[in-house]
Design a protein around this ligand. Sequence first.
Ligand code: MG
Length: 248
Amino acid sequence: MYQEVIARYLQSHGYTFFSLSAVLFDMDGVLFNSMPYHAQAWHLVMERHGLHLSDEEAYLHEGRTGADTINILYNRQFGKKAPQKLIQKIYAEKTAEFHTHPDPEAMPGAALLLRQIKDDKLIRMVVTGSGQKSLLKRLSTAYPRMFNRELMVTAFDVHRGKPHPEPYLKALEKAGLQPNEAIVVENAPLGVRAAVAAGIFTIAVNTGPIDPQLLMDEGANMVFPSMKSLSESWLDLHTAFGEHQIIT
Ligand code: MG
């Protein structure tokens, strides 16, 4: 089944082979179980300002910049652009609310998956819209020796965030890779959209409460219910990619 999905990807992108060298990981909702905190913080702070955003809907906006999320919500309710000052105020409050929570836990299954990928001598990269300063520290504490700063794309590296493909294109550029040399692991519909638009084989992990069909609708090549299940399937999956190194 994996072989068929990979073959379909190659055919639709005009490639004759897959040569897997790198795995590109989104961070929130993939490496850290941080989305419940983000969703709750968004919901609470938006309500404080008379804007309605349920926890569930917050998951659908994951990946957007804070300003874009606020603007979309404001426009939906008031039919005009949000004032710049209000955007800054809401975003500052949301960040403060997020930080009232303890540091998010490492996502169950992620460490084991990374270990396997490292043993397979594949490059590990992080591609996130996050601009949190504590990011590098958290990554190196939770996943020691798995990532290095040169092979990381954060909010500081790009002009346009997800769902624009720029973060993923930037990751390929940083590592000197073609799209058929990498795969992406994403949890959010807009993150999947960005990766797919960059032309990369995209594995969705549905770690939140959303309908998995939403991830398929954005073009995900596969959907797994958790990082743990992806980790358990990794051996078979990696083997399937290996079988597509040469197609005659
Ligand atoms: Mg995410």
